[in-house]
Design a protein around this ligand. Structure first.
Ligand SMILES: [Zn+2]
Length: 296
């Protein structure tokens, strides 16, 4: 039985416009729509007068201008990055140069990103943040949650005053998240979903698309979907399909074949986890071309 995730995709926005999202949150969407960014990167501005900017986005002059217009007359105290993929962090440095703000986040891991998503090479924040640390300003407190999985350096930010979470790409209302080895890690990803679920947030603000407001059922379905994929993989192994290249056309029969290479990386992410927990065996390091067997 397939799991249905209650996706939310209705999104009222216009590129470059600053929209009020909540009492403490404004959002400006960058014009970088695509298969992994939905309508583009949503940059959040937190607070009033002295603000934080979360995920400044891709290095697009038009987006920098839109952000500068949105914060005209205000002071930017902090620029926060959830991870170093090129749709999230590259505008941090230009925005810091214009505003004098401090950039917080985690350095680029210097590791292969796997499929599709590229890192901003050499990204270094001014301040490397730790799990649980807080960054605050007048009327707002942002707490760092380490959430590796989509990227090894992925973090989320909890806005304590609104019991809200800025989830970056860890949890997205419009889509599941790409978890692609080697930098993407499914074991870490599932643990990071539990970290978020345990906090009982009232609302989740992903960097792409609309907020998730039915948080608990959404996270439960989001997690169940991953475990269902693992059940399907074990089913494929029991049916004698032992290589990823044989499993993907069956498991993703309804999906555009152009997306099958991405699907193969996702299946690999699951197989690495299944090998780690002892449910599957393979010779040597699990890879795209490896042969796998179920242990039970
Ligand atoms: Zn992204």
């Amino acid at each position: 039985m397939a799991v249905t995730i209650p996706f939310v995709r209705t999104f009222d926005f216009a590129y470059g416009r600053s929209d009020r999202a909540s009492p403490l949150i404004r959002r400006v969407v960058a014009r970088n729509p695509g298969p992994f960014t939905f309508t583009g990167t949503g940059t959040y501005i937190v607070g009033q007068g002295e603000v934080a900017v979360i995920d400044p986005g891709p290095d697009l002059p038009e987006h920098l201008d839109a952000l500068m217009a949105a914060i005209a007359g205000e002071r930017v105290r902090a620029i926060l990055t959830t991870h170093t993929h090129i749709d999230h962090s590259p505008l941090a440095r230009p925005l810091a140069e214009r505003t004098g703000a401090t950039v917080y986040g985690r350095a680029e891991p210097g590791q292969e990103t796997g499929f599709e998503e590229a890192n901003e090479r050499g990204f270094r924040p001014d301040v490397q943040v730790l799990d649980g640390e807080t960054i605050d300003g007048p009327g707002w407190t942002l707490q760092v949650l380490a959430t590796p999985g989509h990227a090894s350096n992925h973090i989320c930010f909890a806005l304590l005053e609104e019991n809200a979470l800025f989830s970056g790409d860890h949890v997205m209302g419009w889509s599941t998240t790409v978890v692609s080895p080697p930098d993407g890690d499914m074991t870490a990803y599932l643990q990071s979903l539990d970290v978020v679920a345990a906090r009982n947030f009232d609302v989740i603000w992903p960097t792409h698309g609309p907020p998730v407001r039915e948080v608990a059922p959404f996270l439960a379905a989001y997690r169940a979907h991953r475990l269902d994929r693992e059940r399907q993989i074990l089913e494929q192994l029991h049916a004698g399909r032992r290589r990823i290249g044989e499993m993907v056309p069956v498991m993703y029969a309804g999906v555009d074949p152009r997306l099958h290479p991405a699907a193969a990386h996702s299946v690999l992410a699951h197989l690495i986890r299944l090998v780690r927990i002892g449910a599957v065996e393979t010779e040597g390091e699990p890879g795209l071309a490896s042969e796998y067997r179920a242990t039970a």
